[in-house]
Design a protein around this ligand. Structure first.
Ligand code: ASP
Length: 451
């Protein structure tokens, strides 16, 4: 059996929903369809999820919501009409939308989560109506009924392992299609909580593990995952096959086609993932598979950069002999609730790399002052506009010259890395550069290994 997830851009219009249905019907193994909320129809359009966030905001302020409800409903109505559904059949969607502010919620965060979740919940209902209208045996299965239990923050939930036991109990008939809304689950007390944005990928992976699927197909609007960002490299190659680990490293560093949290259930269930294009379903897309027996085609699978970092460089002679040096730095960071991303070190120096999202000027001054006073380094330098280039590939484990080749080719273009860190897994190399050099570095590395 296959779990097939469709993203919002694959379900934005009647035409694209028709394509998705055709994909489902073309393979009897495609029994479970996980749906996102309708996404953007064009670049200036607004996703239904974002309209629902607006609706939640207006409802919380007790403002008039007629216009926003009509706007949201019209998205579903447009798709329903495309398939010849009558307004009477669609009225349930409007009713549910109108009722949303009148349900009880423990607090504003839960209210927001419930509003957001209805983008997928109503879409799954709509698609079930469409399938039935076409005479297809189909069933809407809600996370509440399926026992998809989540804990954590109402808008950043995590799956509870009990869900897998519950999903295991669900019976699916051989000739039946299940339509399951992505993006949310139910808390132990019976409230809705959503995953982080883009979280329908996570639902797909949870169902793939819970239903012991043979394959998790993830349909988006591109031909799989590219080896580099198409905004930096013109027409980059798409990756045919990669391992879970490679995907994990690349999504950490900015590959956003597939939600990184969605990898975990797939890894736990050892279920291969196939990222495919709804508008070009015969294209093989990208397979993401277990590491066992994986034979890489290339030394490098992908290269990417992230630019939202800064770094603190500290130099002190005989640092390697001083017990507790790093501990004292970490204590200072901990007191200010600042996480760090990486901490490469040498015999006399250490660089601490931070995600800028957790910093502001005042905090930077404060931690630098405290570190100077407590540790008394010989040199303390704050490096702003730091970028990290990530080169990932299982193939690097066999080839030991990759880091030298990377450094040489960057050097040929006058880029001298500020930090090089090869992960213990040996499948990734992290290179720190100034932000303004990041795109050029990605181009150089891509040219070197892919052309
Ligand atoms: N609709 C949600 C979002 O826009 C979840 C998803 O599409 O996966 O984030």
């Amino acid at each position: 059996m296959k779990i097939v997830k469709f993203g919002g851009s694959s379900l934005a219009t009647g035409e694209s929903v028709a394509q998705a249905i055709q994909i489902i019907l073309s393979d009897p193994q495609r029994q479970v369809m996980v749906v996102s909320a309708p996404g953007k129809r064009n670049t200036t359009d607004i996703k239904v999820t974002d309209l629902l966030i607006k609706y939640a905001d207006l409802a919380l302020k007790h403002k008039n919501c007629v216009e926003i409800v009509n706007k949201i409903f019209s998205r579903y109505q447009e798709i329903g009409h495309y398939f010849g559904l009558a307004d009477a059949e669609l009225s349930i969607i409007k009713q549910i939308l109108l009722e949303l502010p009148n349900q009880g919620y423990p607090n504003e965060k839960y209210l927001l989560a419930a509003f957001k979740a209805h983008g997928e919940r109503l879409n799954a209902r709509l698609i079930t109506l469409i399938l039935r209208h076409q005479g297809i045996n189909s069933r809407f299965l809600d996370p509440a009924e399926a026992g998809l239990i989540v804990t954590g923050e109402p808008n950043d939930a995590i799956v509870n392992p009990e869900s897998y036991l519950n999903l295991d109990q669900i019976k699916i008939k051989a000739d039946e299609r299940i339509v399951f809304p992505g993006f949310f689950g139910m808390t132990p007390s019976g409230n809705i909580a959503t995953f982080s944005r883009g979280g329908s990928d996570i639902t797909g992976a949870i169902l793939a593990r819970g239903f012991h699927a043979d394959l998790y197909e993830n349909f988006t609007d591109v031909n799989g995952i590219f080896a580099a960002n198409p905004h930096i490299i013109e027409h980059p190659q798409s990756i045919k096959k990669m391992t879970y680990r490679e995907m994990r490293e690349l999504s950490y560093a900015g590959f956003s086609v597939f939600h990184d949290e969605a990898l975990i259930p797939a890894i736990q269930g050892q279920i291969p993932i196939n990222v495919k294009n709804t508008h070009d379903p015969s294209n093989p897309g990208t397979m993401i598979v277990p590491e066992k027996d994986f034979v890489p085609d290339n030394a490098i699978t992908g290269v990417t950069s992230q630019k939202h970092f800064s770094a603190l460089y500290l130099h002190k002679y005989l640092l390697n002999k001083e017990a507790g040096f790093t501990l004292r730095i970490l204590q200072i960071l901990y007191q200010h609730n600042i996480p760090y991303e990486h901490m490469p070190s040498g015999i006399d120096d250490i660089t601490i790399i931070f995600n800028n999202d957790f910093l502001n000027d005042q905090l930077i001054d404060q931690i630098c002052n405290e570190i100077q006073a407590t540790i008394n380094p010989d040199q303390l330098k704050w490096i702003e506009d730091y970028a990290i280039i990530m080169v990932v590939g299982e193939g690097m484990r066999q080839k030991h010259t990759i880091s030298r080749q990377i450094i040489d080719s960057l050097g040929d273009h006058d880029i001298s890395p500020q930090m090089i860190n090869q992960g213990a897994s040996q499948i990734s190399i992290m290179i720190g550069t100034k932000k303004e050099k990041a795109d050029e570095a990605v181009k150089i590395i891509y040219q070197k290994f892919f052309n």
